[in-house]
Design a protein around this ligand. Structure first.
Ligand code: ASP
Length: 416
């Protein structure tokens, strides 16, 4: 997979620099590389809903009693808030220190914005469709679980999870010998979904290469003018979260050697990086946590499934940095109150973002609007968003694995 990834990226860069905008290159991307990547992604997305539902119900049944479930859920929540807060603070400290927005003059700004006007209109329209806070919270309790399943990949995943957990708790109450059949059905659903993932994974080396090729052959190396230090701030922040915060947590709370841990999760890292989607990476994380990290499924399934949507430390960092960066670009001075609200919203964004590529963009628009920065400004960063999306998704997903490891440790369910 790593070979595929590097080969795709390098070939893409070479193709871009040698042939630039050549029509045949675009045709190659559109007709070969893009579809190959899509087949892989779609095979995975296809089983996300059945897999999430069956895994979550089985996970809750395995945890057994509601008290223990509550305890694990509570630990996961506290951990997630702590980890997201840490990453937002790291990001914001860096962006204030480096001030990447100060280096962008009005002309560059307008040029960048004009280049992505269409895409930013789309992001703004998506954000407009967003509901008020209380409605969004109520919508976590789905009226119709089937609809939540249908819209799972557009952001209804949490609602589907709420249904699955309630359903599982209820089922555990009425379950007896006569009622065992449903459990067996779900085991079958889970196994079959995993098998489809295995098939997708056998495509992975090629598909990952193709995905990377499409990205680099289109965008090349050249960073849209002036964005270099912004990209650097985001990547540096993510790296600190990964190699300082996560490693310390693993060592202190998990009692595992961080480097060895990192070595064992590399398959997950590569999948997250190449797909830019936490949801698409979930099946791989479920397998790796059980087989390589020795996290018992009774803890791992629940923490990883819910975490793939609700614990996104990388996204939280990215949102905080991006909003402050754009404030610098537009010369908007944020009051202390506004800065605090950016931090809080960035942490919440880590919970509310759909685990799909570009899932965090609508939320950025909302935050921009709420602190008086022109929402079209999002166009400025769209040119580098795909790359940053790949990086932040790695942190989102490894963050879930860190949570699973330390919570399993505290529940006596870790055999590293
Ligand atoms: N792509 C991210 C994920 O799936 C979400 C985002 O930040 O856009 O985790």
């Amino acid at each position: 997979m790593l070979v595929g990834l590097l080969a795709g990226a390098v070939l893409g860069l070479i193709a871009k620099s040698l042939f630039g905008e050549a029509p045949w290159l675009e045709a190659l991307i559109a007709n070969v590389a893009y579809p190959l990547g899509q087949i892989f992604l779609r095979l995975i997305f296809m089983v996300v809903v059945p897999l999430v539902f069956s895994s979550l119900v089985l996970g809750v049944l395995e945890i057994g009693d509601v008290k223990q479930l509550g305890r694990v859920g509570f630990k996961a929540l506290v951990y997630s808030l702590f980890a997201s807060a840490a990453s937002v603070i790291i990001g914001i400290a860096l962006v204030q220190l480096v001030k990447p927005g100060a280096g962008i003059d009005a002309q560059t700004r307008d040029k960048l914005m004009a280049g992505f006007a269409k895409q930013s209109d789309k992001a703004i329209a998506n954000a407009k469709a967003a509901k008020p806070m209380i409605e969004s919270l109520l919508d976590l309790i789905p009226k119709n679980p089937l609809q939540a399943a249908v819209e799972a990949l557009q952001g209804e995943m949490l609602a589907l999870m709420v249904f699955a957990v309630l359903f599982a708790v209820a089922y555990s109450r009425v379950r007896d010998e006569e009622n065992e059949a449903l459990r067996n059905v779900l085991v079958g659903v889970q196994k079959a979904s995993m098998r489809i993932i295995d098939w997708a994974m056998s495509l992975a080396p090629f598909a990952v290469g193709a995905l990377l090729f499409s990205v680099t052959a289109r965008t090349g190396f050249a960073l849209a003018g002036g964005l270099g230090s912004y990209v650097l701030v985001v990547v540096l922040g993510l790296a600190i979260q990964q190699f300082v915060v996560f490693f310390a947590v693993l060592k202190v709370l998990g009692g595992v050697p961080p480097l060895e841990w990192w070595r064992r999760v590399r398959e997950v890292v590569l999948t997250a990086f190449s797909t830019a989607s936490s949801n698409a990476t979930l099946p791989t994380s479920l397998r790796v946590s059980e087989e390589k990290l020795g996290v018992q499924p009774r803890i791992g399934t629940f923490v990883l499934t819910v975490g793939s949507t609700a614990n996104q430390n990388g996204t939280a960092l990215f949102e905080g940095v991006t909003v402050l960066f754009l404030a610098q670009v537009f010369g908007v001075d944020l009051t202390l109150g506004q800065q605090v609200s950016v931090v809080v919203m960035a942490i919440l964004a880590g919970v509310g973002t759909a685990g799909v590529p570009g899932g965090s963009l609508p939320l950025i628009v909302l935050v921009l609007q709420s602190v008086g920065i022109p929402p079209e400004g999002i166009g400025i960063i769209l040119g580098v968003d795909r790359f940053l999306d790949m990086c932040r998704t790695v942190i989102n997903v490894t963050g879930d694995l860190v949570a699973a490891t330390v919570i399993a440790k505290s529940e006596n369910a870790l055999k590293f």
